[in-house]
Design a protein around this ligand. Sequence first.
Ligand code: NAD
Length: 338
Amino acid sequence: MAETALVTGSAGFIGFHTSQRLLQAGARVIGLDAMTEYYDPALKRARHRILGQSPGFTPVTGRLEEPGLVAGLMERHAPDVVVHLAAQAGVRYSIEAPRSYVEANLIGTYEVLEAARAVPPRHLMLASTSSVYGANETMPYAEIHKADSQMSFYAATKKATEVMAHSYAHLYGLPVTMFRFFTVYGPWGRPDMALFKFVKAILEGKPIDVYNHGDMRRDFTFVDDLVEGLMRLRSAVPGTEPVGEMDSLSPVAPFRVVNIGNGAPVPLMEFVRAVEAALGRKADINFMDMQPGDVPATWADASLLQALVGPLPKTPLEEGVRRFVDWYRELYTDRSGG
Ligand SMILES: NC(=O)c1ccc[n+]([C@@H]2O[C@H](COP(=O)([O-])OP(=O)(O)OC[C@H]3O[C@@H](n4cnc5c(N)ncnc54)[C@H](O)[C@@H]3O)[C@@H](O)[C@H]2O)c1
C-alpha cells in the first residue's frame, strides 16, 4: 500500500517542496496549512494549487491549534509519517508578535504530539531550527553541543518544541526526529527572507538592507538538497542504537535531533555578489547594524546527517541563486509585468 504522509505547513516554502517530493515518490499526502497572513497568502495558495494537480494530495485548511483538528486527521488517515513543518517562523517578527509563536509553535506542536500519541505514526518528524544554537560559539554547530542560550523568542519556542517532543518520545515510545534547518533557500522561497528581499529590491531599483555591516555568515542550504535529506531520513527511525559518538540519540527515548545544513558557511557579501551575478545588476547596499535576536554566523556539522543517510547533494550557491532568480522572474516579472 502507498505510504501516507501528513505534512503540516504544506503551503509553506519547505512544506510545498517536501509534499511535492513525497507525491513524486508515490505517497499520499494530507497537507494541512492555515494560510496565515505572515506573508502573502496568494503565494501559499499558488503552492497548494500546484500540489492539488496531483491526485494523491488532500489539502486541509485550518490551524494546528484548533482543538481536535490534527487529531481528527490522524484518526481518519493513520499516516505512516508525520512531517510537522507548520510554524510561525522568523527571528525578527518574534520580537514584534511573540504571541503568534506561542500559539503556532507551542500549542500547535502540542496538538501534533497529542494526535500522534493517540494514533502513532511510524516516524514523527518535526522541524526545529539552527537558531536554537543561539549564543553558541563553537563551530560548526553539532547536535551534541549544549544549546541553551537562545537569542530570540522564535528560537526559544523551537527549543521548547524539542524538549516537549522528547518527553512524548520517552513517555509514549513515539519515534521522533527533529531537524535543525540551516537558512534554506530556493524557488518558491519566503518573501521575508534575504534572497527574496534582495532580488525584489534590486529588480525594483531599491537599496537592500545588509545587517551587521555585511559581517555575517550563513550556512545556506538549497531546498532540494534539504528535502532529499528529509526524504531519506523517513526510514532512519530512531531506535536504541546510536550511529556513532556524534549521535544525539536520547539515552531514554527513541528521539534524536539532526542538523540539515550544507556544512559550508558563506559570507553575506559573497551571497550578495551571487545575487548580483544572477541578476546581472549591482545592488545599492544599505549597511545596517546587527538586528536584535540575530546571530553573526551559522555553520552545520552535517556528520550525523551523513552517518544516517549518506552523502547528500550540495547544490552550488551560484546555481541555487540562479534557480531562485529564474523562478522569481517567471512568477513576478514576466507574466504580470510586476
Ligand atoms: N526556511 C528556513 O530557512 C528555515 C530555517 C530553520 C527552520 N525552519 C522551519 O522550517 C519549517 C518550515 O519553514 P518554511 O520556511 O517553509 O516557512 P513558511 O512560513 O513558508 O511555512 C510555514 C507554513 O505554516 C503555516 N502555518 C503557520 N502557522 C500555522 C498554524 N498555526 N496552523 C497551521 N498552519 C500554520 C503557514 O501558513 C505556512 O504556509 C518551520 O517550522 C520553520 O520554523 C525554516
